[in-house]
Design a protein around this ligand. Structure first.
Ligand code: IPM
Ligand code: MG
Length: 355
């Protein structure tokens, strides 16, 4: 198999975690007989500084021509005062929309070896859980009309078409079917009209997936249930903004946001893969970031874009074997441990892959 991957290192810790990924994918290639080729392109604050825009057209064109895109992170305090369209985040949002990546998969897994790092008591976390959040990514509040009225009020609008709900809904049902067969659709149907549409569409789809156990849940309740009985969830599907918030919450209860990968998919096999953690400017450039989220994003790429589940499993177990060892990255190290750096931990993962 030959695969071409565009790397978008971006800002903050992005370049450091992406640097770990290339050798990992090359090790997979050597072990299983695949060839991955790479090219880098600018995005976010890095593109703003060098080219004056957060998402150069050339970057979009290169991404479109590739099989997959691996993104580090965008953003940083130095651009906080920029107008909205010249913020690094605007580049990421435009890229998601331009590539029509409407389904964002965010797995949140509590590994038994990290149970102590979870802020939940073991009797609450159950010692281990495996949740997949499917976040709608190209609609809702993020993309609706926004602005200021003449009277100086601010507004954002949440709009969902039926088609937008159907396509992400189908993806979520299919993913649930391939996992433990449970789907929770999260909305705010007691208040929002977009949520009532969302729920009606999901109920229609449910008839097509009779083997999936389906439930509706209001978002405030879902936020609570996630910290009360995370083990009860399999797949959650929800609109863009709710998904943004719930996926950070789900991340936090796994012990470290530095562990969470994501895949953004549209129709077909193309995908954009990125760690859920942001640019973490406070630790950027200090070899302190946990590269696990980025490496697990590569595992998602192997599975969803390249159709290589065995290789994906192999990367995931290499990560696990590095994590169960005595050496911990700064986010997971105890007060008595000397943390291991981003590069060194990446090398441990690559080593586990070749052994
Ligand atoms: C995420 C991030 C982004 C989002 C930001 C950086 C625009 O929080 O991927 O979760 O809100 O989608
Ligand atoms: Mg977020």
């Amino acid at each position: 198999m030959n695969g071409h991957i565009v790397l978008l290192p971006g800002d903050g810790v992005g370049p450091e975690v992406i640097a770990v990924c290339r050798p990992v994918l090359e090790a997979v290639g050597r072990r299983f007989g695949h060839t991955f080729s790479f090219e880098e392109a600018p995005v976010g604050g890095h593109a703003l500084e060098t080219l004056g825009v957060p998402l150069p057209e050339e970057t979009v064109a290169r991404c479109r021509a590739a099989d997959a895109v691996l993104l580090g992170a965008v953003g940083g305090p130095q651009w906080d005062e920029n107008p909205a369209h010249l913020r690094p985040e605007a580049g990421l949002l435009r890229l998601r929309a331009a590539l029509e990546l409407y389904a964002n998969l965010r797995p949140a897994v509590l590994y038994p070896c990290l149970q102590a790092a979870s802020p939940l008591k073991p009797e609450v976390s159950g010692g281990a859980f495996d949740i997949l959040i499917v976040r709608e990514l190209t609609g809702g509040l993020y993309y609706g009309a926004r602005g200021r009225t003449e009277a100086g009020a601010g507004f954002d609008t949440m709009v969902y078409s039926e088609r937008e709900v159907v396509r992400v809904g189908r993806r979520a049902f299919a993913l649930a079917r391939a996992r433990r067969g449970r789907l929770t659709s999260v909305d705010k149907a007691n208040v929002l009209d977009t949520s009532r549409l969302w729920r009606a569409v999901m109920h229609r789809l449910r008839a097509e997936y009779p083997d999936v156990a389906y439930e509706d849940m209001l978002v405030d309740n879902a936020a609570m249930q996630l910290v009360r009985r995370p083990g009860a969830f399999d797949v959650l599907v929800t609109e863009n903004m709710f998904g943004d918030i719930l996926s950070d919450e789900a991340g936090a209860i796994t012990g470290s946001i530095g562990l969470l990968p994501s895949a953004s998919l549209g129709e077909g096999y193309f995908g954009l893969y990125e760690p859920v953690h942001g640019s973490a400017p406070d630790i950027a450039g200090r070899d302190r970031a946990n590269p696990v989220a980025a490496v697990l994003s590569c595992a998602l790429m192997l599975r969803h874009t390249f159709g290589l589940p065995r290789e994906a499993e192999c990367v995931a177990s290499a990560v696990l074997s590095a994590m169960t060892g005595p050496r911990k990255t700064a986010d997971l190290a105890g007060p008595a441990d000397t943390p291991v750096g981003t590069r060194a931990f990446g090398a441990l993962i690559a080593e586990a892959l070749t052994s």
